[in-house]
Design a protein around this ligand. Structure first.
Ligand SMILES: Nc1ncnc2c1ncn2[C@@H]1O[C@H](COP(=O)(O)OP(=O)(O)O)[C@@H](O)[C@H]1O
Ligand SMILES: [Mg+2]
Length: 355
């Protein structure tokens, strides 16, 4: 039975109640949301919006960015994320959004400390430049470290450990991930690590990460625009993710515009300039230029627009054929500022299937 989506902040404060148990039927059991897509299609914006959507359900959400891009801090208007989890905002409904920036060097030191109990030796390694060496020389290592750190955040329990018992530190982790061109590589850690470590703790952790990525605990959401190239990349990414057995969550069309012309007008435009001639007459009747050249220019523009909409419809069909939940987010006038992100979060909530 579908329940109404909860409000997105700012909004009336909602007392925690049964609806905080509401789950997204589109992604049952999912605790890691990886947001990828072609560069510039809205990964950072959508990741931030999704974190707000989940937090509005009363969840404790960790929003993670990688490689020091600091996009989230701008999008949500919060201080730059740090290599340690920090609370970014509390949300009506009792939820919280926390932030984490994964930095490869810090992740490597932490990794060495956990797996080899290096402690101080780790910082000596750093002083000697060995860490820089390791992160520069083996690009595969970077990805393994990033995913390893994300994995650790997903598994961590309140109080710090990973043993079952206390609740998870975060109900959901949302990753503002690298673009589709790299995502298969990033998530295919096992193959990467196979080159580096055949046995031992790193190998064991890589196996656990792969299990988690394939278990249904994680999904990859793909952002796209209604344009040829991003849609093609989305189609390719779906195939690539299938080949490494990582499930796709939603396909999220971003920056969709409202149709300016009605389907009837678009149809009329396909049949001649009759409607526009009437517009020319109307223009002239109120003293505006409405001559043939004006009508011709209007007709050309309107036809371009009609073609554009037909192409967008075609692309939407291609995306729908991918058979994943499809979300369509509007273009926000003036760009995706913190207010705009809230509108997008509300849209995600409204379009999700709730149970
Ligand atoms: N729905 C939207 N409406 C308007 N502008 C948007 C929307 N989504 C993203 N943008 C803008 O598009 C640009 C790219 O978005 P961003 O989230 O940084 O993409 P990515 O992380 O994929 O590179 C940014 O300037 C952002 O503000
Ligand atoms: Mg980004």
């Amino acid at each position: 039975m579908a329940a109404a989506p909860p409000p997105i902040p700012p909004g009336p404060t909602r007392a925690p109640d049964a609806s905080s148990e509401v789950t997204l039927a589109d992604w049952p059991g999912v605790r890691l949301h990886v947001v990828s897509g072609k560069g510039g299609t809205g990964k950072t914006t959508v990741a931030a919006a999704l974190a707000l959507t989940l937090a509005s359900l009363g969840r404790r959400v960790l929003l993670v960015e990688v490689e020091g891009r600091q996009g989230i801090s701008q999008v949500l208007d919060v201080p730059p994320l740090s290599i340690e989890d920090r609370l970014l905002m509390k949300v009506s409904g009792g939820g919280e959004v926390w932030g984490l920036a994964i930095e490869v060097k810090a992740a490597l030191l932490e990794y060495l400390d956990i797996f080899y109990k290096l402690g101080r030796a780790g910082s000596i390694l750093e002083k000697t430049g060995a860490i820089d060496f390791a992160t520069t020389i083996a690009p595969g290592v970077r990805d393994v470290l990033v995913v390893g750190k994300v994995y650790e955040s997903v598994r961590r329990r309140r109080g710090g450990g990973t043993q079952a018992g206390p609740p998870f530190a975060y109900d959901a982790v949302v990753l503002d991930a690298p673009p589709t061109g790299r995502i298969g590589h990033v998530l295919n850690v096992n193959d990467e690590v196979a080159e580096l470590a055949k046995v031992g703790p790193i190998r064991g952790q890589a196996d656990s990460i792969t299990r988690m990525l394939r278990s249904g605990t994680a999904v990859v959401h793909l952002t796209t625009l209604l344009e040829d190239m991003p849609v093609q990349e989305t189609v390719d990414a779906v195939a690539q993710l299938a080949s490494i057995h990582v499930p796709v969550g939603a396909v999220i069309v971003n920056q969709a515009r409202d149709d300016v012309l009605s389907p009837e007008t678009l149809a009329a435009l396909g049949q001649g300039d009759g409607e526009l001639a009437a517009v020319g007459t109307a223009f002239e009747s109120v003293g505006l230029p409405g001559g043939d050249d004006v009508v011709a220019a209007l007709a050309a523009e309107a036809r371009d627009h009609a073609e554009r909409i037909a192409l967008e419809d075609e692309l939407l069909t291609v995306l729908a054929d991918l058979d994943r939940p499809l979300y369509v987010l509007p273009r926000i006038a003036g760009g995706a500022d913190p207010g705009g992100v809230r509108i997008l979060a509300q849209q995600l909530a409204e379009q999700a299937v709730w149970q």
